[in-house]
Design a protein. Structure first.
Length: 194
């Protein structure tokens, strides 16, 4: 497995629908799943991320062999705040571009507006922006704002582009606050924890 992953230059493995890793009663993780995940973590230098419900995250963190070893990304939109930054840092570390592409000044806010806090949208924007970074006369090892601007224009051409123009941080935060009332908080966080 390590050979295949190394040949593909895989740095991050994202397991979608990770809730299927639970046992039939959905209150514990299946023993064969624990063995699989432990072997995967021990034999590779990959970042392993599971896309799952908060329930699975709690179950994984309660298992002594898996506690703190896996990243969990949640299915619902992620509210802007600490969890959003953590998700971006994990995603940024796993993409084959210079670290900091997703966490540069103002980028977390623009990405939240562009993706509405949804990881599949973030993934598509990042993939398409990466394509723009690697194509054309000005190839880049870093995904820049201009690449995201082009990607968003293709992805959602009818919507205002959060990457266009010179928007200051306060206007981005004001827009996030304005939209936040429509995004449910799936994590049980209080306003002080966001």
């Amino acid at each position: 497995m390590n050979y295949v992953l190394a040949q593909c230059r895989t740095r991050m493995l994202i397991l979608t629908r990770a809730d299927f890793l639970l046992s039939d009663d959905e209150r514990r993780i299946a023993s064969e799943t624990v063995r699989f995940l432990v072997r995967l973590l021990d034999r590779s230098s990959l970042i392993v991320t599971l896309v799952a419900s908060p329930t699975l995250s709690n179950i994984l963190n309660s298992h002594p062999k898996l506690r703190g070893k896996l990243s969990t990304l949640f299915l619902g939109p992620i509210p802007y705040g600490k969890r959003w930054y953590k998700a971006l840092e994990q995603y940024d570390a796993g993409i084959p571009f210079e670290t900091g592409s997703l966490t540069a000044k103002g980028m977390p806010e623009m990405l939240h507006l562009g993706s509405e806090g949804r990881l599949p949208c973030l993934s598509r924007l990042t993939r398409d922006a990466g394509r723009f970074a690697l194509s054309g006369a000005k190839r880049s090892d870093r995904i820049l704002k201009e690449h995201f601007e082009k990607a968003f224009s293709e992805f959602r051409p009818q919507q205002p582009n959060p990457f266009s123009g010179d928007r200051d941080l306060s206007s981005l935060l004001a827009e996030i606050d304005r939209r936040a009332s429509g995004i449910p908080d799936h994590f049980g966080l209080t306003d002080g924890e966001k």
